[in-house]
Design a protein. Structure first.
Length: 144
């Protein structure tokens, strides 16, 4: 079955990718598809002190129970969902993100996972990740 439509190129469409949009062109038809994930990323600082790595995330309107923090080796994952107000409204400007958020970070050094602490206060989540100290391995004398 041959479906030749005048003005439509039957060859595969050309796809052009950018970070946030996908453009598909097929003859005179042009499609623009958004490929953004529905999760947003809050402003995040990652800095190092002499004895720890500190992660500070700015996300107001949460409770301590609203965060999930996972540490896997040197990979830190912080996620949660900021609830929106359930009232009807018509926006004239919208800059505050609501809903699911995710923050993935690669830590610059190894940390002591058993001593990690997280505190949420005044709209900031602060994750304190103590640096791992080198482990001294004693050499034992072997009996003959």
């Amino acid at each position: 079955m041959n479906l030749d439509i005048p003005g439509i190129d039957p060859s595969p469409p050309e796809t052009i990718m950018t970070n946030e949009m996908r453009f598909i062109e097929n003859g005179p038809i042009h499609w623009r598809l958004s490929i953004r994930t529905p999760a947003w990323r809050p402003p995040t600082d990652l800095y190092e002190t002499e004895d720890a790595i500190i992660v500070r995330v700015e996300v107001a309107g949460m409770t301590e129970e609203g965060f999930t923090i996972e540490l896997d080796g040197r990979s830190l994952l912080i996620r949660g969902a900021r609830p929106d107000i359930p009232e009807r409204r018509a926006y004239h400007q919208m800059e505050i993100h609501f809903g699911e958020f995710i923050c993935e970070l690669e830590l610059p050094v190894s940390v002591a996972a058993e001593r990690v602490e997280a505190v949420y206060q005044n709209g900031f989540l602060r994750v304190y990740l103590p640096k791992s100290l080198p482990r001294q391995i004693p050499v034992e004398e072997q009996a003959p």
